[in-house]
Design a protein around this ligand. Sequence first.
Ligand code: GLY
Length: 597
Amino acid sequence: MLGAVWALLAPAGCVTVNIGAGAVAGTVSPTAYAHGAVAADHEAASRAGADMLRAGGNAVDAAVAASFTLSVVRPYSCGIGGGGFMVIHLPADPRHGRVETALNYREVAPGAVGPDFFEREANRGSSVRGGKAVAVPGTVAGLLLALERYGTLDRRVVLGPAIRAAEEGFVADAHYESAAAELIGKFELNPEWKERFPLVWGRFLDGGRVRAGCRVRLPEQARALRLIAEGGASAFYEGPVGEAVIEAARSAGGVLTAEDLRAYRVSEVEPLAFTFRGLRVLTMPPPSSGGVALGQMLGIFEAAWARSGVSAEGGTGAGSSWGVPPSAPQLHRLIEAMKHAFADRAEWLGDPAFATGPVAALLDPVYLGARAAMIEPERTQPPGRYGTREGPAADHGTSHLCAADRWGGAVSCTETINLEFGSLVGVDGFGFCLNNEMDDFTTERDRPNSFGLRQSARNLPAPGKRPLSSMTPTIVLSGERVRVIAGASGGPRIITGTAQVLLNVLLGDTDAAGAVGAPRVHHQWSPDVVRMERGYDRGPGRFAGIEAWRDLTRRGHRLEWADELADVQCILIVGEGAGRRVDAASDPRKGGAPDGH
Ligand code: GLY
């Protein structure tokens, strides 16, 4: 029935328009600006943020405008039906003082969900698609809290670009087409989904016909955004939008209640901070595993490389400086560091509001040095040798953006609805999808989640609990001066992608475009396989890539080629005073482009 309604609302076949010269897939868009910039994974979102900077707004205004716009133009990656994390660094100003903070607006489990909720389910897919997959959304509360506490512009101004994009529509690009094609295949295998998920099938996928160049209009989401612009967060959590969210989840078999929505609160915490090469790295603490794992990967790699007899910055032979892409001995040590970090993630991390994780112990340099000492230079080891059990060890559903302003302020923000189009449950009359973040919990003991991640009982669901995440919004500071803003989308590949881009910038001395464009590897401990990005076997570095593959195989690694590992956005602040330059890059893998002034 609902399917028929959406079929009537959806345009009969999409309207094809020409994609402008800016929308080039597969090429890096490097750009340097004098004052400030935004790098998002869609150029319309970067433009929305940069418009706030041009209007005199700060990095928070820019990030919030970019994020609301992403809700419209990357509806499979994030949106007002999802959640996220934001790390903010603002130098002292008369209005806010000095700000160094992290906003946790991750979704929470509804009140009716206990630890064995999904184990009792006959349908094993219920944490992935449908109403039971839906956690209480946090994005609107998080973005508006950021704006109220740390922004400078009026809410209506900041939501303006998103409302216009929803009303006028946006042009699907190559990344949209590829995300849609994957999902269209799943709809064909599960034809009953067409009736169950009419917003996604009828509007976002245009009944299976959507292609790059099609215009997608979301007037219903424009209505929701206009209500939020007028009424603030309560216009989402209560009133007609809130009622429609509950009805959408309920009619798709979910357990979300009005009380769950009313009780939702953003948590403001201190960022997780660690030191790398004398620089202060600010990132996200649990319930993201991203910050801890990033600190572990960089720390273990650094110590292991130092043990190889040379510093990571110089030396000869095996210890030559960090290459972009890196040499096989460097890759081997980095992969081993990834395996330790993901083994510890599986064992130790969860929502700290429910179970204390040994974060300080996991980042202790002595512990990281001991893990580095376990790395054998010439061979990899069986999975049981990674992390500690002794008490101190292509996702499309996420989007990352970075923003820098002319006053030295920085925002690093990652948001998610988990898998592409989340639970697939559309909110009737308001044109957005609800997340499936419940699948980031340990939904069944001893069973990996959709990203193949093994997780412990610390991450079992409980009412009001936040599922463990891999999102790693990061800001690197030299003293008080921001040097790098980075983060990624891509499930667990977020952490390894962000780590490699930071290494490229901090040790490889690349510009932002070179850092995000370089090929990458990924290992998440389980499954025990290195994914090596295609790109290693192409272009001028082709022979070095093939050599690295052979070398890693000789050390006992099992390798597989991967088409794409994470989508990273990065901004570098180069120089000071009149020579200051803001170098921004969006990952070519997702077709984004930065904007600035
Ligand atoms: N939903 C992906 C993550 O939070 O890691």
